[in-house]
Design a protein around this ligand. Structure first.
Ligand code: ZN
Length: 292
């Protein structure tokens, strides 16, 4: 476990550099996204043991319902699960399938039969702006509908936003995603936050926080430009998709392994643009669906 601030520790998984964050507060012991591989989870549980005193409320906070973020939940049965009250059951079902697919492909041994992970039961379903002890919860949808950010002292945990490893993954909605980026940036300024924890890769400190936000916005702007040009010029989806390799993130081309996620983003932005413009301006030549 790496200590990254007073009372805050990080364990980074070998897969996707997925972080588990542990916050050891006076009255609370909080685990944010409880790890992925059984060996790593065992290490986290061992680390937690001395701090699991009767006076501390034990919480398992989930930043969102993707499979890598929920895989560790059953290993912490005595922790109360905390999620956004917008928890997306459909996405969770999909995540359970995705986990089954991963575990059965790579022979990951779990203490349950493949596919028999039960949907979780949140004891705390938090609203936007709700506080609990020293924690403030913000709903930050866009990556998923149920994405949750957590503020503690001078630190904000933002789930899968603003990672140094990946461009924005816009799985739910571009509009929400942009609003959430603005909300996170505003919260950092307003509360003079110094540390930002993304759930994949290293934290951002100080001035690196606005730099990451600018890189995320720059990626989104490039994608929107393609989609706007496509709709105004009446491009087919295939022609639009052929522009995807021109988009850079951190001034570099998209890495091979992330191209499917990049193309999904373009599809999401394409569909959202078409929907908005059909409703408001009835753009006749912007037809066509973005493929399968
Ligand atoms: Zn995610």
């Amino acid at each position: 476990m790496n200590q990254i601030a007073d009372n805050i520790f990080l364990l980074t998984s070998v897969v996707q550099q997925l972080n588990t964050v542990v916050i050891i507060d006076k009255d609370y012991l909080v685990v944010i996204d409880p790890g992925f591989f059984p060996g790593e989870i065992a290490e986290i549980r061992k680390f937690l043991q001395p701090w699991e005193t009767p006076s501390r409320t034990r919480l398992l906070a989930l930043t969102h319902s993707h499979f890598d973020h929920i895989a560790g939940v059953p290993y912490f049965p005595e922790y109360a699960v905390l999620t956004s009250d917008a928890w997306d059951r459909g996405n969770e079902r999909h995540a359970i399938r995705r986990l089954e697919q991963f575990d059965t492909e790579f022979y990951v041994d779990r203490p349950w039969e493949p596919g028999h992970l039960t949907p979780l039961t949140p004891q705390y379903a938090v609203r936007h702006g709700q506080s609990l002890g020293p924690f403030l919860f913000l709903q930050t949808p866009g990556h998923t509908h149920d994405s949750l950010s957590i503020v503690y002292e001078h630190v904000i945990g933002v789930g899968d936003y603003l990672s140094s490893l990946e461009f924005p993954f816009i799985n739910a909605s571009l509009k929400d995603y942009r609003n959430s980026l603005a909300l996170i940036a505003g919260t950092v300024r307003q509360h003079s936050l110094t540390t930002l924890l993304s759930q994949h890769g290293p934290p951002a400190y100080g001035t690196e926080i606005p730099t990451r936000a600018a890189l995320a916005r720059n990626y989104i702007e490039q994608m929107c430009e393609i989609v706007e040009t496509a709709h105004h010029s009446g491009w087919s989806w295939e022609k639009t998709l052929s522009q995807a390799p021109d988009v850079l993130f951190q001034n570099r081309p998209i890495p091979l392994g992330l191209i499917p996620a990049h193309e999904r983003n373009l599809q999401t932005i394409w569909a959202e643009y078409a929907q908005e413009h059909t409703l408001s301006t009835r753009h006749p030549e912007s037809g066509g669906s973005p493929g399968d």
